[in-house]
Design a protein around this ligand. Structure first.
Ligand SMILES: Nc1ncnc2c1ncn2[C@@H]1O[C@H](COP(=O)(O)OP(=O)(O)OP(=O)(O)O)[C@@H](O)[C@H]1O
Ligand SMILES: [Mg+2]
Length: 357
């Protein structure tokens, strides 16, 4: 939050102006309470460091200069004047300025490093969750690969038979070779998709076709959907909705929500298991993507916590899926929220900015 504000010029100006005003007021209060030059130096240094934590290098230098002005005016004899009579006070002021700039600059630097580390940790966590999720989907992925691989074997056998005929049937052999190429392409596509989802690379925003990107995620989860006898209703009728997003991150959010939906539906015994996926354009240049299920719905006692990191109601859950999804969506300028699905189940929706060309 502060990081976002810090990138805005008005916030930095406000910190500088308010910081300077606070230093002056603080000095006045200290001086009128009888604090001397040495106390003033200590307390002003502490105040400058705290104020600098909200700003940048320029703020720390500017506030250090204001603090020197305050020390001169309120504490160095003659007080309430910008004159300094004693030579050692001039030296003390110069030392104060150098110390203050050094400490505040260091504080700004340390803060910047910890912010970068936080971002890196978040990215690592997101990747860890993604890889863990792909691990859970191994059966699904294996199933997806099994079909083209089995096709490859049987087409190769057929091809060999057509070629060993007397005379060899070249036309039929060619047709089976086409099937072999198609199956091999399909297997490669599945593998590339899995590899790109496990990859660690910085976000790259592009125009993403919602229908196509969601279809790829459905492909990865199809084995799980079929095994759990879930009916999938995909209501993405508009096939040219484009959003401005990082494709892999967009798919990760869809994957998290779809996997949560599947997990909620696994426990349903006496009513239909349906997973509904939809996408609609909004009036304000956004697309709303919906993933709804007919499971038991969100437990009312935990509805306020489901987006918290590490909150999970599942014995083997990590509680990271929704927290990561929300941070991805917010970084894209969208919103992610949950509500009850009617007549039963949970509904998760998120918005993403439309790609406007
Ligand atoms: N479709 C849903 N229906 C009901 N409750 C849900 C649904 N999706 C999420 N929840 C609730 O929100 C909690 C947090 O979900 P989240 O995806 O963040 O973590 P998780 O699924 O428990 O673990 P993981 O990190 O492996 O995804 C879940 O444990 C569950 O209680
Ligand atoms: Mg989850």
């Amino acid at each position: 939050m502060i990081k976002k504000l810090r990138s805005q010029a008005w916030f930095l100006s406000a910190v500088r102006v308010l910081g300077a005003a606070t230093l002056i007021l603080f000095s006045y209060v200290l001086a009128s309470s009888g604090f001397d030059f040495d106390d003033g130096r200590f307390w002003l240094l502490a105040a400058v460091v705290i104020a600098s934590l909200l700003g940048d290098y320029v703020t720390s230098v500017a506030l250090s200069l204001v603090a020197v002005g305050c020390l001169t005016f309120f504490f160095a004899p003659p007080t309430f004047s910008l004159r300094v009579e004693q030579e050692e006070d001039v030296v003390a002021l110069i030392v104060f300025l150098a110390t203050s700039i050094a400490i505040t600059s260091l504080a700004v630097k340390v803060r910047r490093i910890s912010e970068e580390e936080l971002l890196q940790t978040r990215a690592d966590l997101a990747r860890f969750a993604r890889v863990a999720m792909l691990g859970e989907l191994t059966a699904s992925i294996a199933h997806e690969l099994n079909q083209p691989l089995a096709g490859l074997v049987s087409s190769s056998n057929a091809c060999r038979r057509w070629l060993s005929n007397q005379p060899p049937n070249i036309d039929r052999a060619n047709q089976t070779l086409d099937r072999i190429v198609r199956d091999a392409d399909r297997a490669t596509t599945v593998l590339e998709r899995v590899r790109s989802m496990a990859n660690n690379r910085p976000p790259r925003k592009l125009a993403v076709n919602v229908r196509e990107a969601v279809a790829e995620v459905i492909l990865i989860t199809r084995g799980d959907i079929e095994r759990n006898q879930i009916t999938l209703e995909s209501n993405i009728v508009d096939d040219v909705i484009l959003v401005w997003a990082d494709r892999i991150q967009f798919q990760q959010v869809c994957l998290n929500l779809i996997v949560n939906g599947i997990e909620a539906l696994k426990n349903v015994v006496s009513s239909p298991r349906t997973l509904i996926i939809g996408a609609e354009r909004d009036a304000d240049n956004h697309v709303t993507i919906t993933v709804a299920d007919t499971g038991a719905g969100i437990d009312p006692s935990s509805s306020g916590k489901i987006f918290d990191a590490f909150f999970t109601s599942k014995p083997d859950g990590m509680g990271m899926g929704l927290a990561i999804s929300r941070s991805i969506i917010e970084a894209h300028g969208g919103r992610l929220w949950a509500s009850a699905n009617v007549p039963r189940g949970a509904k998760f929706q998120f918005t993403m900015p439309i790609y406007c060309g």
